[in-house]
Design a protein around this ligand. Structure first.
Ligand code: ADP
Ligand code: MG
Length: 326
């Protein structure tokens, strides 16, 4: 038997599977390998259609003891909308497929939908269909469609040597909350909210999309998501450890758990902030657009060299982040 771990985990598996089913189409601008698929719209030469899908599995992505059904609904939409944001786009239509166990109360399912609806209203998303079946654990699968103006599209493969690397907000809060919850330690309201009901950054995605080169949303940790941009753009990255924004509660969580708070940012979970690379001239345009972002490093021409540089000049490889099969 060959395990998925043995072939490189989740990402090794996806690569192998994509070779089995490798049909191409000229209308598929970007297939497997980005935050969303990018499809040509024959009737609209100025825009692309975006499609993304995500699974939330009980016990793996949420625990019914820790999160209310409403919170799970909000998070499910935000995670998908974050992938549309990462392309520089705007979400439109949503499809929801549910696996429900025998023990599920109707109230739980209805509250899940109230949660979905809160986030849909926030972003102008309309529920258009789905599928429902019975199974051993609760699974929520969302497929979200969206649109992006052609000139705003940001692919993972578009980073250039000399680009500045930036993020839209502080990192590691969701992972810090989870680490504290797992140890039954107290969790601050800030960390809990970031873990249970993170908010995607559609508020700034279009503005970044207009001027950035590459973009990805941080859903598996900065280390892993930065590596995706580098691999697909055939470039390297140098991240300055001291420049990675960390909330004081994340620093405090590191102290309580006797671990580096930076690890929550590098290897942690669903921050849903945007990580982008941008040329220095375009950076000036973004600076004047009036929202906060943080410069954390630069793109280099050394493909396959992804390093984090400590304040004392020490350099170490970027950790690979979260993998479901690691
Ligand atoms: P994200 O973290 O942004 O949601 P993923 O890491 O889940 O992205 O997926 C990366 C890419 O792999 C995407 O293009 C996604 O559509 C594709 N992908 C993931 N799982 C599969 C699968 N089982 N079959 C085909 N494509 C997949
Ligand atoms: Mg993503």
């Amino acid at each position: 038997m060959t395990t998925i771990k043995a072939i490189g985990g989740e990402f090794g598996l996806i690569e192998r599977l994509s070779k089995i089913s490798s049909e191409q189409s000229p209308d598929l601008v970007q297939g497997i390998g980005d935050d969303a698929a990018v499809l040509a719209i024959p009737s609209d030469p100025d825009s692309f259609l975006l499609v993304t899908t995500d699974l939330l599995v009980e016990s793996r992505h949420f625990k019914r003891d820790w999160s209310s059904a409403r919170d799970i609904g909000v998070k499910a939409v935000e995670c998908n909308a974050s992938d549309i944001a990462a392309m520089g786009g705007t979400p439109t239509w949503m499809f929801v497929s549910l696996v429900l166990s025998d023990q599920i109360d109707l109230d739980w399912v209805e509250n899940l939908y109230h949660g979905l609806s809160i986030s849909c209203k926030r972003h102008g998303i309309v529920l258009a269909g789905g599928d429902t079946t019975r199974g051993p654990a609760v699974v929520v699968n969302i497929t979200l469609m969206g649109r992006v103006g052609r000139s705003n599209l940001c692919l993972r493969s578009a980073a250039e040597p000399g680009d500045v690397i930036a993020v839209t907000g502080s990192l590691g809060a969701s992972a810090a909350a989870l680490a504290l919850l797992e140890k039954n330690l107290p969790v601050s309201d800030y960390l809990l909210a970031k873990h249970k009901t993170p908010r995607c950054r559609l508020d700034v995605a279009e503005r970044i999309g207009a001027v950035a080169n590459a973009m990805i949303d941080i859903s598996d940790g900065l280390g892993s998501d930065m590596t995706h941009i580098c691999r697909q753009s055939a470039v390297g990255a140098e991240i300055q450890a001291a420049a990675v924004p960390l909330h004081p509660d994340v620093v405090e969580a590191g102290r309580k758990l006797a671990q580096s708070p930076l690890d929550f940012a590098l290897c942690g979970g669903e921050d849903l902030e945007l990580l982008f690379t941008i040329s220095p001239p375009n950076l000036e345009k973004l600076t004047s657009s009036g929202f906060k972002f943080y410069i954390i490093g630069s793109i280099t021409g050394n493909a396959n060299t992804f390093v984090i540089v400590e304040e004392d000049g020490g350099r170490s490889p970027l950790p690979s982040g979260f993998d479901h099969f690691a």
